[in-house]
Design a protein around this ligand. Structure first.
Ligand SMILES: *[C@@H]1O[C@H](CO)[C@@H](O)[C@H](O)[C@H]1NC(C)=O
Ligand SMILES: *[C@@H]1O[C@H](CO)[C@@H](O)[C@H](O)[C@H]1NC(C)=O
Ligand SMILES: *[C@@H]1O[C@H](CO)[C@@H](O)[C@H](O)[C@H]1NC(C)=O
Ligand SMILES: *[C@@H]1O[C@H](CO)[C@@H](O)[C@H](O)[C@H]1NC(C)=O
Ligand SMILES: *[C@@H]1O[C@H](CO)[C@@H](O)[C@H](O)[C@H]1NC(C)=O
Ligand SMILES: *[C@@H]1O[C@H](CO)[C@@H](O)[C@H](O)[C@H]1NC(C)=O
Length: 571
């Protein structure tokens, strides 16, 4: 059987930068609502697995968790474009695989951090039929952007508004793609609503990329949008600038923000919404062109963001890289052939699932090294997934959490000279449970029951410390004790923090090779209590050091214990 090439669908991937799902940003985007939410499916429980631009983008482009790509930061030595290249991904990633499958591939906008005027030919990013990249150190400067089209020398678009420049390039690629006589994959990656960063050019040092100085400030809206939303404020959720500190580790030491800071942060929030307006208009422009070119019905449009964002929740200054819901829950809306229209779904999906999903849209078999699994796209598949899809989301971070506003830099890990924001974490969303569990590199732990505590204000592990026997046995969730729940989640996290491929998709089957446990509910069966208690006592997730990158010798035990029915367990 032959499939006519021209019948294969096109894919347009619109990837914003730092856009939240939790602070209402989507409801300020009427064209996204009109063309995507109303005409496609909104995956409300979509998560990034590492809440930082470059590591997250590398996961999107490879289908692998950050602990497997080992691109864990925005700068060398642990991250950035040079690390992506060093790990071999410029020879083996999404656009190359799609070209092999007969696709034309296009990319425009922000690619990876530290893809720079210093290294744009070292090497040139492989795999794109045509590309037009924003380059550092100007990527995040809304009015001082520099672009490299294919292998030409970079050109400055000084004074022009980044997203508007991008929109014209995106429209041209839609047209080029439609007329090339082959199906195409196009990524359009605006910088909004990221903070505006102005790099001090005298501080750029090729031998020490991380030492660069920059001034960070509010995202810059297009002139025509600068006066919108005068009355909008950050949603005053329970976790917004609370009277009592929350969280553990460095977060529990943050001071309450005063009125000056709150007012500044509200304006920061409004500027995020304003900067998204040009993105919204671009979305409309893309759909207009798809319609004019007659390819709308045969094109998937996928809208997402590399990671989420927090402002003021848990007293945090503007930034990301935390495991809180604001940082990891991101928009995902898909419109395209057979995707249900106007639907919202609660099935669990993650960024490592997107590369497998692009494969499935094109009818390609998934690669065996993908750490994620395709997202169901049809009504039938979505319904089926409600009963069968996995419950867990693996979340990880190494290093700090940078402050992107002007206040509070003295309180984050970075300024303390400590990589205090290194952690292993997990969301688990099942029919009976809705949990967040994390272990920081100082070994403090968090457990939130998100059904009753959606804003993550009541850590069920008091003081973050599991050594108090009195509360360990307290009944907390569905008649299970803290120790029952934590011992299971911790063992699952032991699997997730080093898993590869299939084991990342079905982690319970690593702990229970017999196949009789596939959910937390099943693992909570008391017949496994002894196994999980012993495993937690002797082989729990832990750290000996806070590191800026993935230094395994500081990351405690690496291999989970495995339940071995009838015999016990094997370390
Ligand atoms: C903003 O708030 C002010 C004062 O409450 C009110 O008078 C005004 O109508 C509001 N503007 C908008 C656009 O909602
Ligand atoms: C509010 O807090 C900021 C940041 O700590 C500080 O710089 C400022 O002086 C404070 N303002 C007032 C009025 O206390
Ligand atoms: C955790 O418990 C241990 C043992 O009781 C105690 O020494 C330590 O101070 C506690 N840590 C915190 C952060 O409460
Ligand atoms: C808590 O439960 C464990 C396991 O059932 C038991 O061994 C321990 O004695 C209990 N501790 C307290 C303080 O009740
Ligand atoms: C918890 O236990 C109580 C008392 O035994 C019982 O009534 C209730 O149904 C149980 N709840 C769950 C969720 O199992
Ligand atoms: C990750 O990369 C860093 C920097 O190159 C290296 O030191 C570390 O050993 C790597 N970790 C793993 C697990 O490969």
């Amino acid at each position: 059987m032959y499939i006519l090439r021209s019948l294969l669908p096109n894919i347009i991937f619109i990837l914003t930068d730092d856009q939240d799902a939790q602070m209402d940003s989507l409801s300020y985007m009427p064209y996204v609502q009109q063309h995507l939410v109303e005409q496609g499916t909104h995956y409300q429980r979509h998560y990034c697995t590492v809440a930082l631009c470059c590591p997250s983008r590398v996961s999107l482009l490879t289908g692998k968790a950050a602990h497997n790509t080992n691109v864990t930061d925005v700068f060398p030595p642990y991250g950035g474009y040079p690390k992506f290249v060093k790990e071999g991904y410029n020879k083996e990633y999404l656009p190359i695989w799609l070209q092999d499958a007969g696709y034309n591939t296009y990319y425009t906008g922000k690619f990876l951090n530290y893809h720079h005027l210093l290294n744009y030919f070292a090497p040139f990013p492989a795999g794109w039929t045509s590309s037009d990249f924003l380059l550092d150190p100007f990527t995040y400067n809304y009015l001082e952007n520099v672009w490299q089209r294919d292998r030409h020398l970079p050109v400055s678009a000084s004074g022009q508004y980044s997203t508007d420049v991008l929109a014209e390039k995106a429209y041209a690629y839609v047209e080029e793609g439609a007329k090339a006589g082959r199906p195409f994959f196009l990524t359009v990656a605006p910088i909004a609503p990221h903070a505006n960063l102005i790099v001090d050019l005298t501080s750029v040092d090729p031998t020490d990329p991380g030492s660069v100085n920059f001034e960070s400030g509010n995202p810059v809206p297009a002139e025509r949008h600068k006066d919108l939303f005068q009355n909008a404020t950050i949603p005053r959720t329970l976790n917004f600038n609370p009277d009592k500190p929350s969280g553990v580790s460095w977060i529990s030491r943050l001071p309450k923000q005063n009125d000056t800071v709150v007012a500044y942060n509200d304006e920061f929030y409004r500027d995020r919404l304003r900067s998204l307006q040009a993105v919204d208009e671009m979305v409309d422009g893309i759909f207009q062109r798809l319609e004019e070119l007659g390819i709308l019905e045969n094109t998937y449009v996928v809208y997402s963001s590399d990671n989420g964002f927090h402002i003021g929740q848990h007293r945090l200054q503007p930034g990301k890289q935390c495991g809180f819901e604001e940082d990891i829950n991101v928009p995902l809306i898909i419109r395209g052939p057979n995707v249900p229209k106007g639907q919202v779904t609660d099935i669990v999906t993650t960024h490592t699932d997107l590369a497998p999903t692009f494969f499935s849209m094109l009818g390609l078999e998934p690669r065996s090294d993908f750490d994620g699994v395709r997202i169901p796209l049809t009504q039938k598949d979505i319904e089926e997934a409600q009963c069968t899809r996995h419950e867990h989301i693996n979340v990880e971070n190494w290093g700090t959490s940078s402050v992107e506003g002007i206040y509070g830099k003295e309180y984050n890990g970075e300024s303390n000279g400590q990589a205090e924001n290194t952690y292993k974490a997990m969301r688990l969303v099942g029919r009976e449970y809705n949990l967040y569990y994390s272990v920081y590199c100082n070994n403090q732990r968090e457990l939130y029951d998100m059904n009753v505590d959606p804003y993550q204000m009541h850590n069920l592990i008091k003081g973050g410390n599991m050594t108090f026997p009195s509360f360990r046995n307290t009944t907390v969730i569905n008649n299970h004790t803290v120790i029952n729940i934590v011992s299971r989640l911790d063992a699952l996290l032991m699997v997730l923090k080093t898993c590869k491929a299939k084991d990342c998709i079905q982690p319970w089957s690593v702990l229970h090779p017999g196949g009789d446990v596939n959910t937390l509910e099943e693992a909570l069966n008391h017949r496994y209590d002894h196994f999980y208690y012993e495993s937690f006592e002797n082989n729990k997730v832990s750290f000996s050091e806070c590191e800026y990158g993935q230094i395994l010798s500081s990351e405690g035990p690496l291999d989970p214990w495995i339940y071995n029915d009838g015999i016990g367990w094997s370390p």
